[in-house]
Write a protein that binds this ligand. Structure first.
Ligand code: SF4
Length: 213
């Protein structure tokens, strides 16, 4: 049974890789710290909205020191279009202060360390470790991954942490990072919430939900 689902999961990853050969994180950044800031900003916000804000932000705050010294009210105004801006501004400033105090201004490349930064949970930490450092410490589960994993019958749960465990049990570690990007691409292009285009989906033969949608 588990062997069957692992085989099907492998086929799904293979098909998605063929369909989205350039799949990668769509946030724009030029350093580990910029990526950390962009990832904090992306909570419950589209990558596109974050990308509209970060070029100006990174031009005004050019270093970890600049973010640590930021006037919090001004930073809030600068990211206000993204929602949850007070929480995000606080996380960005405080994490920069902690980076300077404890890590010499360098973003750490271990999950145990990175999640000690203010405002950086396991999900944000895994995103940074996976995309910037190429370290697969887990599978990043966003709304696309939740929806598509369940439609494909790869996960039975609704809770993101449990879905991550379901996926980690059947997907080889080498594909943990790319899986998230592939499912996000597929969720944007084909398996769109509420109107999936099953008739053109490359996963049609692998998907138990295809004929029902
Ligand atoms: S067949 Fe339909 S429901 Fe299944 S993954 Fe493709 S688009 Fe989504």
């Amino acid at each position: 049974m588990i062997a069957d689902i692992k085989r099907r999961a492998a086929r799904i990853v293979e098909l998605l890789k063929k369909a989205y050969p350039n799949s990668r994180c769509s946030l724009k950044f030029r350093s580990a710290h910029q990526f950390l800031v962009a990832t904090i900003l992306s909570a419950q916000t589209s990558d596109e909205a974050v990308n509209n804000v970060t070029p100006g932000l990174f031009a005004r705050y050019r270093s970890v020191e600049d973010f640590a010294a930021a006037d919090i009210s001004r930073l809030e105004r600068e990211i206000a279009s993204l929602g949850l801006f007070r929480t995000k501004a606080k996380a960005i400033k405080q994490s920069a202060i902690e980076l300077l105090n404890r890590y010499g201004g360098i973003v750490p490349d271990g999950l145990d360390e990175i999640i000690t930064l203010p405002g950086v949970g396991r999900k944000t930490g895994s995103v940074v470790l996976g995309t910037w450092f190429g370290k697969a410490e887990g599978i990043v589960v966003d709304t696309h991954v939740i929806r598509i994993s369940r439609l494909l019958g790869l996960a039975a749960h609704t809770d993101a942490d449990k879905i991550e465990q379901d996926l980690m049990a059947i997907i080889p570690r080498k594909d943990w990072i790319i899986l998230t990007h592939l499912m996000i691409d597929h969720g944007r292009a084909v398996c769109i919430a509420r109107r999936p285009k099953c008739e053109i989906c490359v996963l049609g033969a692998q998907c138990p939900s295809g004929s029902e949608t």
